[in-house]
Write a protein of this length. Structure first.
Length: 297
């Protein structure tokens, strides 16, 4: 039975993953190399629980209970020692993931499942850094984790069916909807989403329409809650570019070649929401971003 959860990485995704496990009464060890990130994560979780109280979704007691379910660690060795499952959500960097998985494999109990929240790195490759590839699996949560229903579960080449079954059940216990897929570049979510975003950027680059028109067409025409260019800003243009590169290299198909405009924007440091400007300009406290002048028609 799964009771103890270790989460490696307390950034955007790690704090959301800690939030939902703690809220569902699991014991959570949240691990980050940075004590400041751990402190920030606890504050974010507390703020997000407050929002749930304000909406009448949970009580103040439930908030306290959730927070007491979380312990923080700066050492992988101590943080994973009692884990039934480790969910890794550190920075998306292949060398770092391989190094961390080697370490997690060394210190987590032999029976523990090792899951990764990677957006694009091969699960099979990550599993190869461990001595238990049959217990390594993708558990791809969506951002923001407390809100988004989907968990894309990715079977590595050697993942055991019993491990997939356990992670599927666990996702349901979190109130999520699991979908199981196989390990090929981009899995399913990003294989379909990121080329769509690239196509939207190419349409803008070719001057077919302005950013606002492109986003409006996809919002009103396809009932998408957010247009592809705004979504790209939200994901981070650097993240979009690196996923496209994985697709391009992984399939060797020119249809995945990143749009030159995307490449230029990343080189210029216009990465979207996190840098204050991408296709739109983001000012604190203003939740209706303006289209960057450069991208109006
Ligand atoms: P982030 O940069 O917000 O957080 C990464 C955290 O990892 C940081 O707090 C950093 O201090 C920590 N870290 C780095 N090296 C470490 C180490 N050696 N040991 C422990 N902690 C370490 O990143 P994020 O957006 O939360 O992404 C995390 C993972 O989730 C990535 O694999 C990413 O691809 C994936 N993902 C992200 C999103 C998204 O929308 N942000 C969505 C789905 C999946």
């Amino acid at each position: 039975m799964i009771r103890n959860i270790a989460i490696a990485g307390a950034g955007t995704m790690g704090n959301g993953i800690a939030h939902i496990f703690a809220q569902n009464n699991f014991e959570v060890n949240l691990i980050d190399i940075s004590p400041e990130k751990l402190e920030e994560a606890l504050q974010t979780i507390s703020g997000n629980l407050d929002r749930q109280i304000a909406k009448g979704l949970i009580t103040a007691e439930a908030k306290q209970l959730s927070l007491t379910n979380i312990s923080t660690f700066t050492s992988i060795k101590e943080g994973v020692a009692d884990a039934d499952i480790v969910v890794e959500a550190v920075t998306e960097n292949p060398e770092l993931k391989l190094k961390i998985f080697k370490e997690i494999d060394e210190y987590a109990p032999a029976s523990a499942i090792l899951a990764t929240n990677t957006s694009s790195i091969s699960i099979t490759k990550i599993a190869s850094a461990t001595k238990r590839p049959e217990k390594v699996i993708g558990m791809h949560f969506m951002n923001p984790v407390p809100v988004m229903k989907l968990v894309e579960i990715i079977n590595g080449f050697l993942t055991e069916p019993a491990v997939t079954q356990t992670v599927t059940e666990l996702s349901k216990q979190l109130g999520k909807v699991p979908c199981v897929v196989n390990d090929y570049p981009g899995f399913i979510a990003n294989r379909i989403l990121i080329p769509m975003i690239n196509e939207a950027i190419c349409s803008l680059y070719e001057g077919i329409a302005g950013a606002e028109e492109i986003d409006m067409i996809m919002k009103l025409g396809m009932a998408h809650p957010m247009g592809p260019l705004q979504l790209a800003d939200f994901i981070g243009l650097d993240v979009c570019l690196s996923i496209l590169q994985v697709l391009h290299e992984g399939f060797g198909n020119p249809k995945y070649a990143p749009c030159p405009l995307l490449v230029n924007m990343v080189a210029a440091g216009r990465l979207g929401v996190k840098t204050g400007e991408g296709f739109y300009i983001y000012t604190p406290g203003n939740n209706k971003p303006a289209v960057s002048k450069r991208f109006t028609k």
